[in-house]
Every structure is written in structure tokens, then in C-alpha cells.
Design a protein around this ligand. Sequence first.
Ligand code: AHM
Ligand code: MG
Length: 331
Amino acid sequence: MSGGITLARHIMTKSATALPVADLALIMERIELIATRITRELALAGLDGLGYTGETNVQGEKVKKLDQWGNKVFLDAFEHGYPVCSLISEEMDEPHHYSSNCRDNSYCILYDPIDGSSNTDVNGSLGTIFAVKKRAPRHGSGIDDILVPGTKQVIAGYILYGPAAQLVYSAGAGVDIFTLDRILGEFILWKENVKMPPHGSTYAVNQGNAGKWHDGARKFVAHITSRKDKRTSYSLRYCGAFAADFHRCLLEGGIFMYPAEVAEGGKPKGKLRLMYELAPLSMLAEQAGGRGSTGKERILELAATAIHERHPIYIGSAEEVALAESFNVEG
Ligand code: AHM
Ligand code: MG
């Protein structure tokens, strides 16, 4: 631990952030509260019963009890969350607005409350992913100002619930990582201005779907798994939680990918959502010196046309992402 520097104190020392430090502090105070509530719940989740609610969300996926509960934690926290007035969630069909928080200087938070929810029933790693964008003055009920590309994100981050809970975020001035001291209830600085290694030795992908990918994606994986020398051989590491798989790339380098599935019955644009999964982690990757790509385009330059829009992703070390692109992984 870096001498017990709390998140709140560290924020006050930040400069060159994409939003005023006072706004950053107010928003991150809410995120910290959410992170501690979810961490506490997960520690006891096995006692209270997990599983599905019996409902299906807007994207046709079965809803886990924890997904719904996690969404409510955000709604509760941001009810008192000025300067955030709008919420866009994986678990809500439409944006949610708190008009009492809407002034000229307000923000939207976009989030996946429980990332990797298939891990809930097996005590596997989970995450929470979030991004923050500034709302246009007098934005009214439209959301055109939120659908803008990820280059306009002013904060991006995730919480990883592993053996320890960690909070990773960037406000445009580097990537910092904090670890929750569960006794103090405080996130304490662990690593500052983290840089992703330009090259790694692991790849993360659901290889069970390989038969549905473009040829290029299959050839890329065949290429990185066919070589024997230490410098160019790769091991597979896949947790089923994007935040957890990305965390390994951030710290050790390598690549995470969720390709498009072109075969009949596949997911033609991949599984992961642009605004609250791909764009936030791409901002973190770039801030750390890595890259986030659809295989053809920089993720951060994509404007959304709908709030739950999906795209394929290749994210991680600059070297591996460039190698993937060179195989025309997306045709
Ligand atoms: P979720 O938000 O419903 O949990 O779905 C997102 C998760 C990611 O965390 C993970 O990378 C991916 O889905 C795993 O999908 P699959 O089971 O198809 O490999
Ligand atoms: Mg989810």
C-alpha cells in the first residue's frame, strides 16, 4: 500500500483531469459507496440465495437477481448524486433521469452493475463497469449528447470483485488502482499511473465460439497458439467476466477479444455493449498505453445509435491488438 492514500485524498491531488476535480470527487464518492455496498453483498450472496429472477432483460438475456439488485444500488446512490442527472444501465430499457440533479453542469453515468453475471452462482470474479459523459446544457429529454463517441468520456472505470475488491479508474489523467480495505471501508491507492505492457503472453476469448467467427479471427488464434518460442507463445486465460480478463491485460499485457459471430444463430456484432462495456475499458486501455479496436476501427471513435448497441472487440497490449487487426479478424 502506498502509505495509506485514500481515493478521496488522491483525487484532490489530481490535475489535468477531463472534468473539474470537485465534480470528479462528488461522482467518485458515489462510486465508492456503490463499490463497498456490492462488495459487502457479494461476501454474503451465497447465504441469501442467488440465481435468476425469471425475467428477461431488453437484450433477451435472463436476469440474475444480483443484476437487478446491483442496478438498484446505482439508482439509490445517484438519487443523491448531483452532478449526475442521467443513468444508462445494461439492466434498464431506457435512460433514467433525476430532474432534481439536472442543472447546466450535469453528467450522465453509463454502467453495467454486475459484469460477468454467469459467475455469480459459482463464486467467480465479477465486476462493475462505468463511464461518465458530460451532458449538454439544456439537453431536454433527448440523449444525442450521450450517444457521442467514447473520446468524450470524462471518467471511465471498473470495480473488480476478486479475492480483493479493486477500483480502477481514469479521468483522462492516467489510470490509478485502489484496493478496498474492508475493515476501514476505504479504497487505498495500490498503483498510480499504471502502464499496460506493450506485449503480453496471454489471450482471453470464449474459444468455444470459434466455429462462428470470421476466418481471420480463427487464423489469428491459430497463429498465436502455434508458436513454440517463449517470446511469441501465448496461454489462454478466460474468466467470463470482462473486467477480470481486462485487469490481467492491464497489469501483465496480452489481449481480450469478443469477436463477431457470422455463422447462423451467432451474435453478429459480438456480445459486449459499446457504451457501458467497450468504451470505458477502451479509455482505460488507451490511458495505459494499450488499444481498444473493433478489429477495424478505434472503439473510442464510434458514436452509438442506440444505448445497448454491441460491437466486436479486441483490446489490450498495442502489439497484440495490431497483430489481430493484421489478420482481418472482422473480415
Ligand atoms: P453480462 O454483462 O451479462 O455479465 O455479460 C458480459 C460478460 C462479460 O463479462 C464476459 O466477457 C462475457 O459476457 C462472457 O460471455 P460468454 O459467456 O459468451 O463467454
Ligand atoms: Mg451484466
